[in-house]
Design a binder for this molecule. Structure first.
Ligand SMILES: [Zn+2]
Ligand SMILES: [Zn+2]
Length: 419
């Protein structure tokens, strides 16, 4: 939306009639009222296309939601956005740093406290009471008092002998009592809104698109007075929807052959994008409880996994196990492609519908089916104990996650993990 139009302004200055043009001026109200008006316009547009809208994920701008409720739907729900909430939390910490604790509260510490906060919020989705307890425990934990911590996340409780608060400066606990008080006060104020915090959603996709628009249509240059903005935003839409090769596609559409630099550039950006996608942090590994090996009356089951990649975020494509002369093997249909490094090890490829081993199609089932037949196979073995090569670092983590993702907890109950 724009409050001015270059062509209209130009002709006004010259005192003549403007030439025929698509006028950019489409807003005469205040700049503050623009955002709510745009939200209303967008939501009406979505509704006119036959979609239903129940919840709006947004920052904590009350005027927008009021306007939407007033003009479109009084029952529309509002849900806060994760990134804005985290940013808000860190801003409070930086204010504390600036105003009172220049020396004591380092930026490293702030980053760590933010991480603790973000972890608490992300891991307690839909569980306000657990989130509250977790939030209140953060300052105590940072000051070396672990009585309110939960062994689910507190590394000290997991390993009392060797724990060092590595993420704090010099590996030492914080000690300033005033800071403790202030931090407690801060998390308490956030703990007062746990109902909201435990149901946060992410607007990461929008932020990402906004970034693309701002690169092509930088705010410090005034483009919206002319048609330039439409073209720039359209280019950003293409980039978002088609990926970095969009320039090549536009060229082809116009019967132009893309130059070699354009091709190379697109390839480089695709590579970067792929690398970033692989870098995304996998969900925290399920917690293992270290137990001593039971006395002699158990059976050793050796298992091995083949996966779509070498990292911890990959998926299972084969689960094989052996116990004495009994064997089990099952191929699993993955949801993502098999990475090259994994293919080199396993010889397996996936074309989106069929799993192949050295070019031959395999009979693959869903992960659910695989786990349930593995469970069935294990029930034939009295007291099975699973063993694997590199079990603690890789196989047990992947298998545990698969079990919890499929809600197949009956399987985890019948397995004792030895790490
Ligand atoms: Zn105009
Ligand atoms: Zn702790």
């Amino acid at each position: 939306m724009s409050t001015s139009c270059r062509i209209c302004e130009h002709s006004e200055r010259k005192g003549c009639e403007p030439k025929e043009h698509t006028c950019r001026k489409n807003w005469s109200g205040s700049a503050k009222a623009m955002e709510p008006a745009m939200a209303v316009k967008m939501i009406k547009n979505i509704k006119s296309k036959g979609h239903t809208l129940k919840t709006l994920v947004m920052d904590d701008d009350t005027s927008t939601i009021c306007k939407v409720r007033e003009e479109v739907d009084p029952d529309i729900e509002k849900c806060s956005d994760k990134n804005h909430t985290f940013k808000n939390f860190t801003n409070h910490l930086f204010t504390l740093q600036k105003e009172k604790y220049k020396r004591i509260l380092s930026t490293k510490t702030i980053t760590h406290i933010k991480k603790c906060f973000a972890y608490a919020v992300s891991s307690n989705r839909g569980n306000p009471s657990a989130l509250k307890a977790n939030l209140i425990a953060i300052p105590h934990h940072l000051f070396g008092n672990h009585s309110t911590c939960d062994s689910k996340w507190c590394r000290y409780l997991q390993n009392k002998e060797s724990y060092i608060p590595r993420n704090l400066p010099y590996g030492r606990y914080l000690s300033d009592t005033n800071l403790h008080e202030d931090l407690l006060h801060l998390v308490s104020s956030f703990a007062g809104q746990v109902d909201k915090l435990s149901s946060l959603e992410s607007t990461q996709g929008n932020e990402n698109f906004n970034y693309m628009v701002s690169r092509k249509n930088p705010k410090n240059n005034f483009y919206s007075g002319s048609e330039s903005t439409s073209g720039r935003v359209a280019a950003a839409v293409c980039e978002k929807n088609l990926g970095p090769q969009y320039v090549t596609k536009v060229n082809e559409e116009l019967s132009l052959s893309p130059g070699s630099f354009t091709l190379k550039d697109a390839e480089r950006k695709m590579k970067k994008r792929k690398m970033n996608a692989e870098k995304t942090i996998p969900p925290p590994p399920p917690q293992h409880i270290q137990v001593p090996l039971p006395p002699d009356d158990y059976y050793r089951v050796y298992f091995d996994l083949e996966t779509t990649g070498l990292g911890l975020s990959c998926e299972i494509i084969q689960l094989a196990a052996a116990c004495g002369n009994e064997c089990f093997s099952c191929y699993v249909m993955p949801k993502s492609p098999v990475q090259e490094q994994a293919t080199r090890v396993t010889g397996m490829t996936f074309d989106g519908t069929t799993l192949y081993k050295r070019g031959l199609p395999l009979d693959a089932v869903s992960l659910d089916e695989c786990l349930s037949s593995f469970h069935l196979w294990l029930t034939g073995i009295p007291k099975p104990v699973l063993f694997a090569h590199n079990c603690r670092q890789f196989d047990s983590i992947i298998l545990c996650r698969a079990i919890s993702n499929c809600n197949f907890h009956v399987l985890s109950e019948c397995i004792i993990w030895i790490l």
